[in-house]
Ligand binder design. Structure first.
Ligand code: HEM
Length: 356
């Protein structure tokens, strides 16, 4: 793990300096860095980190949100949905995955709000999640577990752990200590870009009006064994919408679940899957950094969801949406955050399935 962290840190610095040298430090990264009063170089992971473990992360989430037995330790509030996906065979150019055979595949989905509070308000200015389990004809599974922000708040797992340690509930006040969270923010600049995005982009009125991003880059591998680095996102055909601050104040606590279930009563809800192809020098292992906007994109398929079910009834309750469950044709990069998600979800899944 240590070697991997050192390698990804070095890769990050190389990526940034290459991008700078090539003259496109990057509208996205540079503008956002300037907006938070930092240089692109400062948006690297913090110094002096120790190694986070999956158990520590689960414990920290429990300390921040309380222990909710039998429930997910993160993205606790959510609902399940069922539907299908039809991939675009043109994507075979970059991936031999059966996702892009053109056949209709069954999907078990789960929508959620980030954080470990099962009673969270749907008006919270936090990320929304969409997790998809693709069921392939040969019995294999493929997972995509995405957020409504194009970037993450942690370049390394330690930032994730430190955030939830900083949000631990103080037993005397019953609330997190604001000074601790301020200290976390100032010592972890990798968290800045997502924070800024969330300040500037209010939550949607419905999951059906929300785009979801892979955030991580993945290796797409074609039949000839050629690897292409790509990211993907799901864009709602109903259009992306955001609530105003005034609307957020008056929305009922559980409007997201009601809006999706209500919308599906009239007709199915569709998202276009879009794949973005990376170019040499685009950051591959740091999920807090965006790529320049002018990258080639492919329409990779259509997701159609036809029914939504409250969390406690959904088939998705049992599923561990570990993003490293991938069928042949798409594989992980060395992104340390992507690789850490797998053990972290396993610990959370094991605790809830054992009713801990
Ligand atoms: C160090 C990084 C991360 C850690 C430690 C972490 C941890 C967790 C944990 C413990 C869960 C609950 C799993 C379960 O009980 O089944 C979870 C759920 C989830 N995470 Fe992460 N996460 C990380 C990064 C990310 C990123 C980068 C994304 C998006 C690209 C993401 C999206 C989600 C979503 C959508 C869910 C809900 C899945 C479901 O509905 O079951 N997470 N995360």
């Amino acid at each position: 793990m240590v070697d991997q962290k050192v390698r990804s840190r070095r890769e990050f610095l190389i990526s940034v300096s290459r991008l700078t040298a090539m003259g496109f430090v990057t509208a996205t990264t540079a503008t956002a860095a300037a907006a938070v009063g930092m240089s692109v170089r400062q948006l690297e992971p913090s110094e002096g980190q120790t190694e986070a473990t999956a158990e520590e992360v689960a414990d920290a989430l429990e300390d921040a949100y309380g222990l909710h037995r039998g429930q997910r330790r993160n993205h606790t509030k959510g609902l399940g949905a069922l539907g299908t996906f039809i991939g675009n065979p043109e994507v075979k150019e970059i991936s031999r995955s059966a996702l892009f055979s053109g056949e209709k595949l069954n999907i078990v989905a789960r929508f959620s709000i980030a954080g470990g509070d099962p009673m969270a308000s749907d008006a919270e200015k936090s990320p929304r999640g969409m997790a998809l389990e693709f069921r392939l004809p040969d019995g294999s599974l493929h997972h995509m577990t995405m957020l409504s922000t194009p970037m993450f708040f942690a370049a390394v797992p330690q930032t994730f752990l430190d955030k939830f340690i900083a949000l631990a509930i103080n037993p005397t006040t019953g609330k997190p200590d604001p000074a601790k969270f301020k200290q976390f923010e100032s010592s972890h600049p990798d968290n800045m870009l997502q924070t800024k995005f969330l300040q500037e982009n209010n939550p949607p009125p419905s999951y059906a009006n929300c785009a979801f991003y892979s955030i991580h880059a993945f290796k797409f591998i074609n039949a000839a064994g050629k690897t292409t680095i790509a990211k993907f996102r799901f864009v709602p055909q109903d259009g992306e919408k955001q609530l105003s601050n005034a609307q957020l104040k008056s929305m009922p606590r559980n409007f997201l679940e009601q809006a999706l279930m209500g919308r599906m009563r009239t007709r199915a809800v569709n998202w276009d899957m879009i794949v973005t192809i990376g170019e040499p020098g685009d950051p591959e292992t740091n999920p807090t950094l965006l790529w320049p906007k002018n990258r080639r994109e492919l329409k990779a398929g259509t997701l159609t969801l036809t029914s939504a079910t409250p969390s406690n009834l959904a088939g998705s309750y049992q599923i561990n949406y570990d993003p490293l469950i991938m069928a042949d044709g798409i594989a992980p990069t060395d992104d340390p955050v992507l690789l850490f998600r797998s053990p972290s979800y396993a610990v959370s899944h094991t605790r809830r399935i054992r009713d801990l």
